[in-house]
Design a protein around this ligand. Sequence first.
Ligand code: AMP
Ligand code: MG
Length: 349
Amino acid sequence: MKRRILCALLTLILCACALSGCKEQPELREFTTFAMDTAINFTFYCEDGSRTGQAYTTMANGLSDLDSLLSVTGEDSDVSRVNRSAGQPVEVGDWAALALSQALELCAVTDGALDITAYPAVKAWGFTQEEHRVPSEEELAELAAKIDYSAVKLKGNTITLPEGMEIDLGAVAKGFAGDWLAQQVRNIYPGKDSALLDLGQSTIVAVGSKPGGKPWRIGIVDPARPGSYFAVVELEDMAMGTSGGYQRYFERDGVTYWHILDPDTAAPARSGLSSVTVVSPSALLCDGLSTALFVMGLEEGTAFWENHPELEFEAVFVTEDGEIYRTAGLEGRFFLAEGYEDREVTVLE
Ligand code: AMP
Ligand code: MG
């Protein structure tokens, strides 16, 4: 008799739990996939774990599709078809058209510090094939003369690129993917979203906050010691992107050449910065602007931040001398990491 009562009680508890949606502690689930030449990690805190597998599959498949459409090296990608177009109009899919229009807007607003037509120069330095070389001054002048995003014409899904020019979305693709992935999390877990999407090589999107309402805490790499973080930024429904010379580079005759090029010279941008981090609700903006601000340098980059409040971004600059500058809007969200507490941080107002 006692056993029967106990069984009935247990069934009652299980039913109540199922009906209430089983409100246990949110569960931590982590997944890794490989796309855009890097390992991409998703961390979810979810109340309904049953939907996490579905969320992950949707996101990983979408990411793989995005990668194959936007990749500059994939033969069948939309970007490669545009690059082989020899001046003829090319019809691209919706994703490529959207990514291109957003990238071109950023090229325009940064006055060409970001320029998606820098690809022939990126190739000439051997960054695409990882077969590095230093082009001659003459070659660089010729390459620089052909970098001009304003010559790219996009009408609906039709893109026309002048012959001899090539495009590359490498400076914004991870950000574009990050925004799309974050939207998937919000669609699947409306109102309960809590996820961290780490797109590798320094593009990260925080969806919601951690369970209990605490923000995600994300480190910024010390460009002088890429194995350490010099600062932590607290993020909630916010993305962060870092561009730095330490991320991809080669050395020749004692000189370091990195992968971020100045479109004016077609050579690695020597702006006196070693990294730029951008914090904003848009991952695409973080990705594109961190590259552009690296090209601009501290002074021009600060003026850009002051003159573009509508872009709603904050930034952290690290100079080649190791000086740290951050914009005022990061007050209460930016902290020096352990071991870096004595470093001076100049606040840009
Ligand atoms: P990121 O790592 O996001 O800063 O982007 C750098 C990548 O974008 C490089 O590996 C190049 O493929 C490409 N790139 C380099 N310089 C520029 C530039 N000034 N504008 C646009 N893309 C660039
Ligand atoms: Mg970028």
